[in-house]
Design a protein around this ligand. Sequence first.
Ligand code: ZN
Length: 99
Amino acid sequence: MTTANRIISIETHRAPPASHEVIVAVSIGDESAAEDRRWTVRSVLQAMDRAERFYSQAPNGRRARVQRYTCGGCHHEHIRTHTGDVAIHNLTNLAHTSA
Ligand SMILES: [Zn+2]
């Protein structure tokens, strides 16, 4: 069975060019663990390579998929809410801290 990781908060950073704000790290909530785990986006992308999935959850319990994408601005890979799931929940609505 594929592992699905719930993202409960995000860390953002303003990156050039044009100071676009990108997610650089996330916290994964694990109900069996006492503490949340911090994952860098690099770790998230590596997990996606292993077919692990990530999602955020709306207050009503519905899940919004998280997808990787290559940024048109900096040509690096970032993560965001799947464009088809933005109406369910958006990662950017989670609590976030600036790195
Ligand atoms: Zn970018």
